[in-house]
Design a protein around this ligand. Sequence first.
Ligand code: TXA
Ligand code: MG
Length: 341
Amino acid sequence: MLNPKDTKILSTSDENILIAANLINKGEVIAMPTETVYGLAADATNPDAIRRIFKIKGRPQDNPLIVHISDFSMMERLTVNVPQIAYKLAEKFWPGPLTIVLPKSNLVPHEISAGLDTVAIRMPSHDAALKLIEESGVPIAAPSANKSGSPSPTTANHVFDDLNGQIPIILDGGSCKIGLESTVVKFENEEVIILRPGIVTVEDIKGYGFTVRLASGVFEPPDNDAPIESPGMKYKHYSPKARVILVDSDIDEFTKYVESNFSDGDFCLIFDSDSDTMRLPHLTYGGDSREQAEQLFKKLRELDKLNASRVFVRCPNKHGIGLAVYNRLLRAAGFEVVVIE
Ligand code: TXA
Ligand code: MG
C-alpha cells in the first residue's frame, strides 16, 4: 500500500495544474518544472509558505529566493523604481532563463529577500510553470527543488529522490531542456552585472547593445570580509557527495594525470568525444556546451548513485554557455582547478 506521506508525481494536465494551484493557494509547497531546473514552489506573498520552503530545502536563511511571474503586472506589484534598462532586457529574454534583481516593494515578504532591499524576478518559459502561476493568481517563489547543497534537479525523479515525503506533489514536466539554473543579473547605472552565469550568455546580452560585466563571484570564492553581491555565491552548491576534481587540459594530459592519481572508487566525467580512448571508469556529459549544461547535474547525481569517491572532470570551455557549466563545476570543486598547460 502507498504510504499517505509519499509524494505523488503528477503529469502536467490541466486538471493537475488546477490541483497544484489549489495547493499553492492553501499555502502548501510543491515542486514544478521549469525550462532550467525544477523549482520548489509556494505563494510568494505568504510568509508561512516561504518559511516552509527554507525548512524543506534546509536552506540557509540569508539566501534569498527568486519570484516567478507570468506577466509584467506582477513584476510591477513586486518592485519599485524599475530602471528602463530592466524593461529592455526583460523584453528580449522573457519568458526565459533570465532572473533580474530589482528594488523590492512592500508586498515582498522579508523572508523571500533575506533582508536585502531587492527581489529577484523571473518569467519562466515552461508552459506548466506559466499555467500554474496564472491559475494560482499569485507570484510563485521557487528555489531549485533539491536539498540544499546537492545538484539542482532536472527531472521529477531527482526531486523525488531529495524530497519524497516532504511535499504533497511534484508536477512532472519531463526532463528540463536547459538543465542549469537561470542567469541572474542586476544593474549598476547602465551596466548589466552577471551575478550567476547561465544559458543567457554575456555574448547574448552584449548582442543587444548592453554593457555587461561579470561579478567577481563568478570565478572566485567569496572573500569573507567583502559584501556579497548575491548570497547564493557564498555556498558551495551543486555538489555531489563525491569530491570533484576539475582538470583543465587536453584529453592526453587529462588521461596521464588521472592515470597517475586514480584509486578504486574514482570515476572520470569527460566529453562524449573522449570516450573511445578512456580506459578508466567514466561517464560522459555531452559534446558541446549546450549538451554539457543539460547533462551536468544529471551525471553528478548518477555518480552519487555509483558511490563515486572522487570524480575527475574534464574542464568545459569557459565562454558562452560553457561559462555557466564551468561556474557550477568550479563550485562543486570548491574552486580548485588542476591546470595542465
Ligand atoms: O533557474 C532558476 O533560477 C531556478 C528555477 C527554479 O527558476 N531557480 C533557482 O533558484 O536556481 P535558487 O534559489 O536555487 O537560486 C537563486 C539565486 C541564488 O544564488 C540567490 O542568492 C540569488 O539567486 N538571488 C535571489 N535573490 C537575490 C537578490 N535579491 N539579490 C541577489 N541575488 C539574489
Ligand atoms: Mg539552487
